[in-house]
Design a protein around this ligand. Structure first.
Ligand code: NI
Ligand code: MN
Length: 226
């Protein structure tokens, strides 16, 4: 499975010959300014929730590419009002078979207001099952016992989890989350972008290693194979 990291909680995965982009926040991310979003050609954008640091570039990229945007019913309605029509609304607990694999929307404990104050519905995580392997992107969330359900639905190759604390789980909770979802390989996201979420990366990697896990922290723009 090929994953490219674009900073903060934005990454893409290649599945079934499609590029799926998650939570685009690139142009407005000081750390990701070297990435030119007009060079990205996703087939899908998946949005975990409505916060600006997860959707800031979604409209621009959707307009540039005509890709399909998958998000909560409320975020999709908000996008539709802004002229983005190639959308697929979902909600927590539901799944849908796309041409790259199956997306199941799972619980995330967070909030989801949109930038203009509109209601964004519930925040979500995604469990994706595909021919190349299965992945879980938790979105912004607290550690939650609901994560223990995920191994019932998918044998995960990688879990993409926030580690930055303050708004989400910290490193210790992300390690516990990786236990709950029974996955030994974690891609850490949602750290270092702002002052509130600075992380000691060496310490984070060591903490995961002590727990018998691997924490991947690719550079912004780096592609990795898992
Ligand atoms: Ni958020
Ligand atoms: Mn966030």
């Amino acid at each position: 499975m090929q994953i490219t990291y674009y900073g903060h909680s934005c990454f893409s995965v290649q599945l079934g010959g499609k590029m799926i982009l998650f939570d685009p926040f690139i142009h407005y991310n000081e750390l990701a300014k070297h990435i030119n979003i007009s060079t990205l050609h996703p087939d899908y954008i998946l949005l975990s929730h409505g916060h600006e640091d997860h959707i800031a570039d979604a409209i621009t990229i959707a307009q540039q590419t005509g890709c399909k945007v998958v998000a909560s019913w409320e975020i999709v309605r908000w996008l539709n009002l802004q002229g983005i029509q190639n959308t697929h609304p979902m909600n927590t607990g539901g799944k849908w078979n796309f041409d790259f694999g199956t997306v199941k929307c799972v619980v995330a404990h967070h909030s989801s207001g949109l930038p203009d104050g509109s209601y964004g519905g519930n925040p979500m995580g995604f469990v994706i099952t595909a021919a190349e392997g299965n992945l879980y992107y938790s979105g912004d969330t607290a550690l939650t016992l609901d994560m223990q359900l995920i191994p019932k639905w998918a044998n995960l190759q990688v879990a993409i989890l926030p580690i930055g604390d303050n708004f989400t789980m910290d490193v210790a909770d992300a390690i516990e989350a990786s236990n709950f979802v029974q996955c030994a390989t974690v891609l850490g996201v949602h750290y270092d972008t702002f002052g509130f979420i600075k992380v000691d990366k060496e310490q984070a990697v060591a903490a995961f290693a002590d727990a018998g896990k691997t924490l991947l922290l690719p550079a912004i723009g780096q592609a990795i194979s898992i």
